[in-house]
Design a binder for this molecule. Sequence first.
Ligand SMILES: [Fe+2]
Length: 367
Amino acid sequence: MFIKAIDSVDEGLNIFWSDNSSSCYPWFWLRDHSESAEDLHPDTKQRQIDSFSKPVNNNISKVWVDEALESVYVKWTDQSQSCLSFSLLKSMADPNLPQSNAIKLAKIWNTPSEISAFPEMSFEEVLGDGGIKTWLAHIQRIGFVIINGAPATSDATEGLMERMAYVRNSIFGGFSVWDNKLENPDDTAFTSLSIEPHTDGTYVHDAPGLQTLHCLKRDSIGGENQLIDGLAIAEKMRHEHPDAFNILCNVNIPGRYIKPDTYLEAHRPLFRVNGNGDVIQVSFNNHDRAPFRLENDQMANFYDAYKIFHNLANDRSRQFEFMLDPGKVLTFDNWRLLHARSSLTGYRQLCGGYHNREDFESKLRSI
Ligand SMILES: [Fe+2]
């Protein structure tokens, strides 16, 4: 993309692009977004220009385009100079409220048969060149990844998680090892009971981004895990049940977690959407839903909408089912996929933990 022409007007700088589009950037915005080394730290990209403490004279003395450097320069009458790259200007060509990113490159799946190029890797592969990038790409595309042939130890699992980013701390601790024989389990996750499809952390303001699970020892029957693509359900509801979809985008459902000396509560719609209407987070845990009451007709509509989602999530045909076994490390996107578990008899020891969403996104941007 290159610039065909520029034109200085009172309002700002008109830029005419090679694709025949044009944008008018206000003078103050151009000065505030200057990318020169004095105005924007070259390494950290932190803004250094002081746009606000003293009045600025936005009279221009000269504006020119440097094709070789792919930048636009503005010389102001106060002798200061601003520099903006084509890429920044082009990325800001259309005014828009800042938005949280949608789940980019996601290939939604309504049934396991729609999962293309099954997201699995060997332990050696993930440790090799480009391994983490491929691992992240699987999660970004399908919502989960399974690593086969990992050493069935907590140290190896924790080390694997730390290759992506530090392990997040939570009410359950950081990286943890647990089994289903705890005397006083404080969550059904630590029992042998079945667990309906859900996302973790509906009771915290910032739900865990990724969850990793590894079964270190298994001498049990049952306990299969199920994964469901919540983003696929969102898109199905958007098209087939638009009113229900809108209700689930707008009711801030409370979630809670209670144990002695702890009472966590947070509110979030089941589908969190950005200003473009893209779903950026799915949050659903019927077990942890806290009491709330709307006007009677609105409550009835909410229940109808919630039931549609609940029943789609519990539809076995939408569930990818597998057994967590020693050597298989599962990581999934807790902002997109729901997970569930069948009841089991016998003994299981698991380990795992969470990563923050922003650390997952950071690695995707920087690797
Ligand atoms: Fe869970």
